[in-house]
Design a binder for this molecule. Structure first.
Ligand code: HEC
Length: 279
């Protein structure tokens, strides 16, 4: 919940309550020309988009409304398919969700493709004209529209899945482009593979040379984690953090294979020789 309120306070600053039109349109205008980017507000006006299949999603404890609620929208996958570059997406393609105030949430395309994401556009039963119920956040009335990414059957506490709201644009990027400091400067296949796995499952929380998230500890600077943790404990912790530390804030990565972890370790060991002081 703490992280959510941080995101909220960033988003809240610029959201226009409650119909949310002015700011969003202004944003739409300046993002028109970006390649590999899909402007959701422009798309919303097209009838072909309106014809996409819509789904309902029941949330037991929605982090925005903090209650049980049923929302309605488009399956995330069907919208992702409309982003230019979808057909040429690579293993390490990262999806960036841009909110109307510029807040950006990122997640690897591969992680998002589990069929459980829904880009909600309204509360179920609400009219198109008044899709959301405004709620008080700080001193302002806000809504999570126009597009709010939610997950069917996945807890908000699982930080591998982003729940950005106020989304107006979806963009594809490469993890090399997003995290140049973490990109291995070698052609060695195993290292590259490890980087892809690491950037898909770890980098959103663990930085390398300062590139990446800051929810978990940095893994390369000034000392590589491979210099003070054994591979065995590293993998053991990642598979089941609670077996090492009570109250660990890391979600178990038990779905990754031993080969995945071996690749991550090869990548991290390589990066030991590629230290760059974070700015
Ligand atoms: C959603 C956030 C998140 C993701 C994704 C994540 N971690 Fe973590 N990780 C954490 C946090 C937070 C900690 C801090 C320790 C704690 O709370 O127990 C941590 C700690 C660790 C530690 C212990 C190191 C230390 O010094 O505390 C290891 C090892 C680790 N993570 C490995 C991984 C690996 C490998 C991946 C990817 C397969 C990964 N983590 C993905 C959040 C994350």
């Amino acid at each position: 919940m703490r992280v959510f309120s941080v995101c909220l306070s960033i988003i809240v600053a610029c959201l226009a309550p409650p119909e949310f039109s002015g700011g969003a349109d202004a944003h739409a205008a300046d993002s028109k020309a970006r390649p590999n980017s899909l402007n959701l507000l422009q798309l919303q006006k097209k009838s072909s988009f309106r014809k996409l299949k819509r789904v309902k999603v029941q949330l037991k404890d929605d982090p925005a409304y903090r209650s049980k609620i049923t929302l309605e929208g488009y399956p995330l996958e069907s919208v992702l398919q409309l982003v230019p570059g979808y057909s040429t997406a690579k293993e390490d393609t990262v999806v960036v969700f841009v909110a109307s105030d510029g807040f950006r949430a990122t997640a690897p395309l591969r992680v998002l493709q589990n069929g459980k994401g829904v880009l909600a556009t309204k509360i179920s039963g609400h009219s198109e004209k008044k899709p959301w119920k405004p709620f008080l956040m700080g001193k302002e009335m806000i809504t999570p529209g126009p597009f709010y990414l939610v997950w069917r059957g996945i807890s908000y506490e699982n930080k591998s899945y982003p729940w950005p709201w106020g989304v107006v644009e979806i963009e594809f990027a490469s993890s090399e482009g997003l995290y140049p400091q973490a990109y291995p400067r070698t052609k060695e296949k195993g290292v590259r593979q490890g980087f892809v796995t690491f950037s898909n499952h770890c980098i959103s929380c663990h930085a390398i040379n300062g590139a990446g998230g800051s929810l978990g500890p940095e893994f390369n600077y000034p000392k590589s984690i491979t210099e003070y943790w054994s591979k065995e404990h590293f993998v053991g912790f990642a598979k089941n953090p609670a077996s090492y530390r009570i109250g660990s804030r890391m979600y178990p990565k038990s779905f990754l294979s031993d080969a995945d972890f071996a690749a991550i370790w090869v990548y991290l060991s390589h990066m030991k020789g590629q230290k760059i002081k974070p700015q």
